[in-house]
Design a protein around this ligand. Structure first.
Ligand SMILES: NC(=O)c1ccc[n+]([C@@H]2O[C@H](COP(=O)([O-])OP(=O)(O)OC[C@H]3O[C@@H](n4cnc5c(N)ncnc54)[C@H](O)[C@@H]3O)[C@@H](O)[C@H]2O)c1
Length: 276
């Protein structure tokens, strides 16, 4: 049920690929809360076709753009302003991809061309979006930008590979640009650090099922779902969180504050029993 939290607001949502995508859930919730927005994804997403269904359900359209390509982004942002009939109030950056992860290339024998692509797609794209938005003054005062992150930015989780470095850069861009955009235009920029979530990007990570189960057992509230993540993003787009900026906000059921839980210890003990 909607509460009109985003009534009258205009937005741009990056990263809805299929119905498991976090951005898909955010779009559904934003629509429910009265927002109007443009959906965007990389041109390759067009072939998969599903995002058009979401656009229909949300009474909007998809503008395809590669978030690493400055010309594409310039076109996207200007066309979005035109189609929405005014400046943006919120932007969701829900973009992540590592060719090294995809190809199972380990961190200690990494392919550097792929590494640069990971950083460009998963981190620099946020900088590019913000720089172009600022150039065209595309975001209203008190507008809100949210980028999705993961705790591997600050803690080592085996298998997360170069995406960990990308998330560290992403969170730093949130702070650095958050200062500039906040000071000048009162635009707030935050990262939401989400629990492992079963999506196309998530399931590509080596050992994802173990990671998912581990953090679920460790978190007092359990892993946060994509739907719950969408709810949280809506609050950050709303006027109820106007002084929150430059933060990495953990949306993880408490995982980030835990060291060891009873549930995880029970499971760990079982593995010792098997060894005896
Ligand atoms: N799934 C998880 O476990 C998890 C946990 C924490 C954070 N995140 C983050 O959430 C975000 C969304 O991922 P998701 O889990 O919903 O998976 P997803 O695969 O559904 O979304 C990733 C999106 O990035 C898009 N993308 C890739 N390259 C692009 C490009 N060049 N230009 C534009 N778009 C491009 C993809 O098309 C896709 O829509 C990512 O930043 C991811 O790292 C995911």
């Amino acid at each position: 049920m909607g509460h009109n939290l985003l009534k009258g607001k205009r937005g741009l949502i990056f990263g809805a690929l299929n119905s498991s995508s976090i951005a898909w859930k955010v779009a559904e919730r934003a629509y429910e809360e009265g927002a109007r927005f443009i959906l965007t994804n990389a041109p390759v997403a067009k072939r998969l076709g599903e995002v058009e269904e979401l656009a229909k359900a949300c009474e909007t359209e998809v503008i395809y753009a590669d978030a690493t390509n400055l010309d594409d982004l310039e076109m996207l942002i200007n066309l979005s302003l035109e189609k929405l009939g005014g400046k943006l109030d919120f932007v969701l950056h829900s973009i992540g991809m590592s060719p090294n992860v995809r190809k199972n290339i380990p961190y200690d024998n990494i392919n550097y061309d792929n590494y640069l692509k990971t950083l460009d797609i998963s981190a620099l794209s946020l900088h590019k979006i913000l720089q172009i938005c600022r150039r065209y003054d595309a975001i209203n005062e008190w507008g809100s930008v949210v980028a999705l992150s993961y705790i591997a930015s600050t803690r080592t989780l085996f298998g997360y590979n170069d995406m960990a470095d990308a998330k560290a850069a992403l969170e730093s861009i949130v702070r650095s640009f958050g200062y500039i955009y906040g000071r000048e235009k009162k635009v707030r920029i935050n990262a939401v650090s989400q629990s492992p979530t079963i999506t196309t990007a998530g399931s590509g990570i080596k050992g994802f099922n173990s990671l998912f189960d581990f953090s679920n057992r460790m978190s007092p509230l359990g892993n946060a779902t994509a739907e719950e993540c969408a709810d949280y993003c809506i609050t950050l787009f709303s006027d109820l969180t106007r002084k929150v900026t430059m933060q990495t906000l953990y949306h993880d059921g408490g995982f980030s504050s835990m060291g060891m839980s009873e549930e995880a210890m029970t499971q760990y003990d079982k593995s010792f029993e098997e060894c005896d």
